[in-house]
Design a protein around this ligand. Sequence first.
Ligand SMILES: [Zn+2]
Length: 269
Amino acid sequence: MRENIEAAAKLISDADAILIGAGAGMGVDSGLPDFRGKQGFWNTYPQLKHLNKSFQEMASSDLFLVEPELVWWFYGHRFNLYKNTAPHDGFDILKRLSLSKPTFVFTSNVDGHFQKSGFNNNQVIERHGSINHLQCSYSCCDDIWKITRLPFKINNLNISIEGHYPHCPNCGGIARPNIMMFNDQWWVSGRARQQNQNFYDWLDTHWGKNIVAIEIGAGTEISTVRTACLHNAKNLIRINPFQCDISKGQIPLKMSALDALIEIDKLLF
Ligand SMILES: [Zn+2]
């Protein structure tokens, strides 16, 4: 393992630019759940196990139209959890790294924790959207707006909310997070398109240079982060305590995000 950490640190030192790819495993050391498998999801939300609702069912755009209280209870709980959780020290290590080398973040996480750690909006692509931004559930318009608090309280005992739903300022219908859900026909894509453009611009700027990807806690079930890292970087460091298979030339660190970043950091600064 020591050899791999040294190799990772050297790769980063020699890099022209850094692509950080972060999946759900990135947040685990902050104390956030990663919803690994059906049972993992129900360990976090035993109330939903009683209702036999999977993550896929809860992350459905249509649910806002048919069971708004249940689905807003779920997203409201997650909103509060992400808001009240401080990103772990690994985020600070990456932020410091980003001050010494051009850096872009590609994440599937919707918690906004890279921005919370000081990354600029224009250097982050949130591939699955953001829980801190809302849109109309019926996508009646292209509006996407930021929220810092919810207009209701969560009642965990009877899976309900106390207060009123967030509403679309245009049509008055129920609003929902601007998160890309499963089979999402209502997704409003303006913010995602801007982030995509920022990412392509960054890649253009560093075309042909030595881009090193640090892929952290990204699974294979939904492989957007892994794919982005593989396709856009010349070299790859894979940090993952569970699924750390690699191809030739890649560096595996079968560790948690925080442990790996602390060890790399010791050799960098
Ligand atoms: Zn609307």
